[in-house]
Design a protein around this ligand. Structure first.
Ligand code: NAD
Length: 515
């Protein structure tokens, strides 16, 4: 029988990426140590065991941190544009590995092949961004209130950055953090999700060749595996910044633990994103934005569209168009580009999806498009589910929480103010969007009394951000920002310097202190 792995060249992709399939104790990269228990990585596409990886023990973690700390002493002295050049070479290397790495992302995580390639492209894009940034780590200069004094601020490397990432973006989120951290002069220690450890190892293998070629200490890029490493990072005073991407539940724990030791955090947590569909919207555009937002990555993006808030006058029409689109969705192997919807990450996620539908029904939700598990040939992994649509009310407990699956809640509104209140009326604040051709509605949505989210879009969906903007959200989404714009400032420590080049020592605020 021809397996998915055979058909789509997964074995050769793994080989190119330096991962030995079904090999107990697969290396976690030359500069790392891993002697702990076995983590098994199964593909949700076909339920096949791809490879076994060893988790890092406490001792392994300690050795890795030692290497990271030593590397920092050297790396922080390398001029920033030179660090940028190393990151430029990483981008070149990722270009070479785009195909096998994109395939591995798709096979190990279950997102479509196009999205797998898209993730690697995001990594390449952030490398390009970081190269330019390496010459733009600007501080301000200020006029001192004292004569013959000069004041300015400068940014220095912050130290070791701990990156803890979620399963749904197995490679891109790490690169958003690591590439920026590296040009800032920091070193990175990465704990990927234990659901997708091979993606972490593959990236590490790619990066380490670049570090070696440039005689850069390999501890600049470290990898630790296994959930226990998460808490070791949270509690480690040597880690100045923890950039955590994951659920609000774990993020709350990370936030408290790191704050307790006065460490810094960037928290990128759960979303509950809505699209407002105005009576002035172009419904054909809504269709693409809403359907991709709700079913793309099988609803497993932090920016997935979870709620559609539709004007009452276009409600029936919009629902009709959506029902028609949902009836045409092809569910199946994510590597097959004819399919629109791949699997959920594992059977646990399938159970959460089923539970959410049951709860929604109990709370009074009305099924518009029926969900359920897809069974039969090609669906042996048990991870494929049907995208479903439920008419619901915003205050339902289930609507207020994030279910990481393709469930779309739809609801009506009558005034734009009411729609914005519904959009904001959840604990999370990541991504939001309005489809409208009314300038008044657009501007209101983007104004200070509009969307309360970190991302607010007009006439595009909630899902799919570009690396150039600062990414992140408010409220229970955690308040962190990473990737573009001035998000780099979180990866550096700011220092204000005052230089007195005169012969007197006047005190600030005119304070007299005569001796
Ligand atoms: P998760 O919270 O279960 O796991 C995230 C990471 O935390 C994993 O690497 C996990 O191993 C690790 N972890 C587990 N226990 C830990 C501990 N005690 N200390 C430190 N780390 C620990 O999330 P998930 O299921 O992998 O991902 C889905 C969630 O991530 C969703 O809520 C989604 O919205 C969110 N997410 C947010 C963003 C964003 O940018 N806002 C992006 C992607 C995913």
């Amino acid at each position: 029988m021809i397996t998915i792995a055979d058909q789509f060249g997964i074995k050769s992709a793994l080989e190119i990426l330096g991962i030995e399939a079904i090999n107990e104790g697969t290396s976690t990269g030359a500069n790392n140590f891993a002697n702990g228990k076995i983590i098994e990585s199964y593909s949700p596409a076909d339920g096949v065991l791809i490879a076994k990886v060893r988790a890092s023990t406490k001792e392994d973690y300690e050795k890795t941190m030692q290497k990271a700390s030593e590397a920092f002493i050297e790396w922080r002295l390398v001029p920033a544009p030179r660090r940028g050049d190393v990151v430029r070479q990483m981008g070149d290397e990722l270009r070479k590995f785009k195909e096998p790495l994109g395939k591995l992302v798709s096979y190990e995580m279950g997102k479509s092949l196009q999205e797998g390639y898209g993730e690697v492209q995001e990594m390449i894009d952030i490398c390009d961004f970081a190269v330019g940034l390496s010459r733009q780590l600007y501080g301000l200069t200020m006029h001192s209130e004292r004569p013959q004094h000069r004041m300015y601020e400068q940014y220095h490397p912050i130290g070791t950055v701990g990156i803890i990432s979620a399963f749904n973006f197995p490679v891109a989120v790490w690169s958003w953090n690591a590439m920026i951290a590296w040009v800032c002069g920091d070193v990175a220690i990465w704990k990927p999700s234990s659901k997708v450890p091979l993606c972490g190892i593959a990236c590490q293998n790619i990066i380490k060749t670049v570090l070696k070629r440039n005689n850069v200490p390999e501890g600049v890029s470290c990898l630790v595996t296994g959930n226990e490493s998460g808490d070791l990072i949270n509690n480690d005073k040597r880690i100045s910044l923890v950039s955590f991407t994951g659920s609000t539940r774990i993020g709350r724990h990370v936030s408290k633990t790191v704050a307790e030791r006065f460490g810094n955090t960037i928290l990128e947590l759960g979303g509950n994103n809505a699209i407002i569909v105005s009576q002035h919207a172009d419904i054909s555009m809504v269709l693409v934005g809403a359907v991709f937002g709700a079913v793309g990555t099988a609803g497993q993006r932090c920016t997935s569209t979870r709620r559609l808030i539709i004007h009452e006058s276009v409600y029936d029409k919009t629902i009709g168009v959506l029902k028609n689109a949902y009836s045409q969705l092809q569910i199946g192997n994510p590597l097959d580009e004819n399919n629109h919807v791949g699997p959920l990450i594992d059977k646990g996620a399938v159970q959460e999806y089923l539970n959410a539908i049951e709860i929604a029904k109990k709370e009074g939700g009305k099924i518009i498009v029926e969900g359920g598990v897809v069974e039969g040939e090609g669906y042996e992994s048990g991870c494929y589910v049907k995208p479903c649509i439920i008419e619901a009310e915003n205050h339902f407990d289930i609507v207020q929480s994030e279910t990481f699956a393709p469930i779309l809640y739809v609801m009506k509104y009558s005034t734009i103010e009411e729609a914005i209140a519904l959009q904001n009326g959840v604990p999370q604040g990541l991504s939001s969007s309005i489809f409208t051709n009314s300038m008044r509605e657009m501007e209101l949505f983007l104004s200070q009394s509009g969307s309360d989210c970190g991302i607010a879009n007009v006439n595009i969906g909630t899902s799919g951000a570009e690396i150039g903007g600062a990414f992140g959200g408010e409220k229970e989404t955690g308040g962190g920002r990473e990737s573009g714009s001035d998000a780099w400032k979180a990866y550096m420590r700011r220092q204000t310097n005052t230089i007195n080049y005169g012969t007197q020592l006047p005190l600030a605020q005119g304070i007299k202190f005569d001796l």
